[in-house]
Ligand binder design. Structure first.
Ligand code: NAD
Ligand code: UGA
Length: 467
């Protein structure tokens, strides 16, 4: 029976960092080394200012770092020492070449796999942690097998990650399930059992699901596609609500009470963001096209189309409410992260919205409690365009508080559902007093009590409501 004593994680990002930090926290008998090519990222992991904001992460890292948890740029040494290696590198959507704009870019997976094959001096269990198209493990296996010898053998497992940002530590400590896929061979099943033993240090055995490799890979894409589909479904209904007088919160509540449907992931919004939903659905669309299943591809593509529509619909509503022009008007945007409790801005709806406001020559003031100004400038700049950041800086003001952003504004737009924007936390009377009149408020997150704010004097518009 294989017993795992030494783990290496390649990729110290939003997944590799928290996942393996929790693993080290729960398995003091296992040495965990998280490696990355980025010196800056590793230096931050080794500092008091961790590179990502995630509630509860500091406590876990500070508890184990230097004991059984290490962060390093020495990728080769960590690979050589390990019995089990998580590959947790980025798999972004391809920007050019075949499948551009849809397929996953597997260059980082391939280079990490080649590195494992080149430098390993003993047998390894290699675990796909990154989200990948179905059958990627086959390519990894081909690379590893070509480098195996009678002394060095590689087993490959799929162990996709289901954590959500903002609740990563909670999700990792108490996961709904852990999924481990393996080739159904004797050595594949032995490797699978070794990883099951690692997780059952803290996860109840009945929550650890074992499947074949391909089911595991596809289940990850399927789970994200189905979650995003629920959001697009409720967002599609929000448009009908606004046109009919139905209230999207009431519709979601009534539907969610059906135990077959359940109440989660039915919050209408300005559109889903994050690094994965769009990427993984497009990945599924591409896979379906490659498998010559065009109807299946179209079905999933519609989830992304609906998300784009929702963002555009929100912008159109703002412009038409502000008397069909926002030129030179000041728009205060509350929130820039793709959801609350994270500083991550990847694919945030805020980016699309603000770029549209800038196109209309509005003056935009942004406040987010966790996103760094430099990140905002970068996200709003157009890649490859000269002086693009200077242009952004002319049109965009980054503020230290919601009050500063709203001062002198024509409209306040709630884009991220940070708790501090709730009407029992933020002093909306003070915000109203400082704004141009009429003072408009657009709630893209169903966060505030519209009646209460109307009493202050705001002209309020909420997604999915037409009161
Ligand atoms: P990330 O960009 O934050 O981190 C990836 C890290 O891998 C980067 O720091 C990069 O420098 C490093 N890297 C790339 N190639 C490397 C190599 N050859 N050797 C060493 N380091 C290398 O990405 P992420 O958000 O952590 O996502 C990683 C994977 O996990 C993706 O496939 C993603 O789809 C999946 N995933 C992400 C989330 C999430 O919430 N972010 C959740 C579940 C699954
Ligand atoms: C999502 C999944 O929830 C995770 O299980 C998965 O592991 C992860 O993607 C991944 O593979 O990367 P994440 O993107 O971090 O996690 O965050 P979510 O809570 O899923 O939110 C995604 C987006 O949907 C956010 O913009 C959020 O505001 C939006 N959302 C979510 C809604 O608009 N309405 C909802 O009801 C729920």
């Amino acid at each position: 029976m294989t017993v795992v004593k030494n783990i290496c994680c390649i990729g110290a990002g939003y997944v590799g960092g928290p996942t393996c930090a929790v693993l080290a926290y729960k398995c003091p008998d296992i040495k965990v080394t998280i490696v990355d090519l980025s010196e800056a990222r590793i230096a931050a992991w080794n500092s008091s200012n961790l590179p990502i904001y995630e509630p509860g992460l500091d406590e876990v890292v500070f508890e184990c770092r230097g004991k059984n948890l290490f962060f390093s740029t020495n990728v080769d040494a960590a690979i050589q020492e390990a019995d089990l290696i998580f590959v947790s590198v980025n798999t972004p959507t391809k920007k050019s070449g075949m499948g551009a704009g849809m397929a996953a870019d597997l260059a980082y997976i391939e280079s990490a796999t080649r590195r494992i094959a080149e430098v390993s001096t003993s047998s390894k269990i290699v675990v796909e942690k990154s989200t990948v198209p179905c059958r990627t493990a086959q390519s990894m296996r081909t690379i590893l097998d070509a480098n195996s010898t009678s002394e060095i053998h590689f087993d490959i497992l799929s162990n996709p990650e289901f954590l959500a940002e903002g609740t990563a530590i909670k999700d990792l400590l108490n996961p709904d399930r852990v999924l481990i896929g393996a080739l159904q061979t004797e050595s594949g099943i032995e490797a699978q059992n070794a990883l099951v033993d690692v997780y059952t240090h803290w996860v109840p055995k009945e929550r650890v699901i074992t499947t074949n490799l391909w089911s595991s890979e596809l289940s990850k894409l399927a789970a994200n596609a189905m979650l995003a589909q629920r959001i697009s479904s409720i967002n599609a209904l929000s448009a009908i609500c606004e046109a009919t007088g139905a209230d999207v919160d009431e519709v979601a509540f009534a539907c969610g009470k059906d135990t077959r449907l359940g109440s989660k992931f039915l919050k209408a919004s300005v559109g889903f963001g994050g690094s994965c939903f769009q990427k993984d659905i497009l990945n599924l669309v591409y896979l379906s096209q490659q498998l010559n299943l065009p109807e299946v591809a179209d079905y999933w593509q519609q989830v992304v189309i609906m998300n784009e529509y929702q963002k555009k619909r929100f912008v159109r509503n703002i412009i038409s409410t502000l008397f069909n022009t926002i030129t030179n008007k000041k728009i205060a945007v509350l929130g820039f992260a793709f959801k609350k409790d994270t500083g991550d801005t990847r694919e945030s709806a805020a980016i699309t919205l603000i770029k549209d406001f800038m196109q209309e020559n509005a003056r935009v003031a942004i406040y987010d409690p966790k996103v760094e100004p430099q990140q905002i400038y970068m996200d709003l700049s157009e890649p490859g365009v000269v002086d693009t950041q200077k242009e952004v800086e002319k049109k965009v003001q980054i503020c230290q508080s919601a009050y500063e952003a709203a001062d002198g504004a024509d409209a306040v737009i709630i884009v991220t559902e940070w708790d501090e924007f709730r009407d029992d936390q933020l002093d909306y009377s003070k915000i109203y007093a400082g704004m141009h009149k009429p003072a408009f408020l657009f709630d893209g997150r169903l966060l505030i009590n519209a009646q209460k704010l109307r009493q202050i004097g705001f002209k309020v518009s909420v997604i999915g409501k037409n009161e």
